[in-house]
Design a protein around this ligand. Structure first.
Ligand SMILES: [Zn+2]
Length: 251
């Protein structure tokens, strides 16, 4: 039986040392979704993977399936975007690490996620060019959730569907799918009307538009809290890169 070889555009989400000479590279690929691959000799020979297989690198991967094995083999990785500009700035490094971790933790294995790959690619490109901004991160978070079919209900009550939520407070119920009106839920996080309306705007915004949009401190904090609650409801265990962002006060 000949193992299937294929080529796909991919972004490196994470790498880990494996044995003395190899690396295991976790990637998000256009045709394969999230998958891990063994890069033989990646730690020993600089020739084999000339780009160094760094986090956030984007390029064309040539991969081989191994019959009966979950781990693919990475034969080649032709780097097209190194995203060098992310490395020199701690805030940018933190935002990139967080975006990569979210994709790694939220994307199901081996399920093509082309819109997610495009979203991550654009986010990294804009982050590299500009500053590490909370607004871009909020749009990325909610856009990622939506592209994975996990977007929250924001424009009506997730329980009774009433749409006249206006400017008043609502309850935020991540496990229940989004916002809930005060008649349906009397417990849980209170979300202000301004936070809810900001989330409605963020959910429809392109990453390019986020570059010129500004959230005041309080609204950003409300959106951040709500989106983190939702993200955490979909991952098990802590988000490692989040601590880095919190320490820097960069999110
Ligand atoms: Zn309701």
């Amino acid at each position: 039986m000949v193992a299937a070889k294929f080529e796909t555009r991919a972004i490196i989400l994470r790498t880990a040392a494996y044995g003395e000479a190899d690396r295991v590279v976790t990637m998000l690929g256009a045709s394969m979704g999230r998958a891990s691959a063994l890069a033989r000799g990646a730690r020993k020979s600089a020739k084999r993977f000339a780009g160094g297989l760094g986090m956030a690198q984007e390029g064309r991967a040539i991969l081989r399936e191994r019959p009966g094995a979950e781990l693919l083999v990475l034969e080649e990785f032709d780097v097209e975007q190194v995203h060098e500009g992310l490395a020199g700035d701690l805030g940018k490094t933190a935002h990139a690490a967080y975006a990569l971790e979210l994709c790694e933790r939220l994307c199901p294995p081996r399920q093509p996620e082309e819109p997610v790959l495009a979203w991550l690619s654009e986010f990294l490109m804009l982050l590299e060019r500009g500053r590490a901004r909370a607004e871009r991160l909020r749009v990325f978070e909610i856009g990622l959730l939506r592209r994975l079919g996990l977007g929250p209900v924001l424009d009506r009550c997730a329980v009774c569907s009433r749409g006249d939520l206006g400017t008043g407070n609502v309850r935020w119920h991540p496990d229940g799918g989004g916002v809930v009106c005060p008649d349906c839920l009397h417990r849980g996080d209170i979300m202000s009307g301004s936070t809810r309306r900001a989330l409605v705007d963020l959910a429809d915004m392109s990453l390019a538009d986020a570059e010129s949009m500004a959230l005041d401190r309080e609204t950003n904090a409300g959106c951040r809290h709500a989106l983190l609650g939702l993200l955490r409801s979909h991952v098990s265990g802590p988000l490692r890169s989040l601590e880095f962002i919190e320490k820097m006060g960069a999110g």
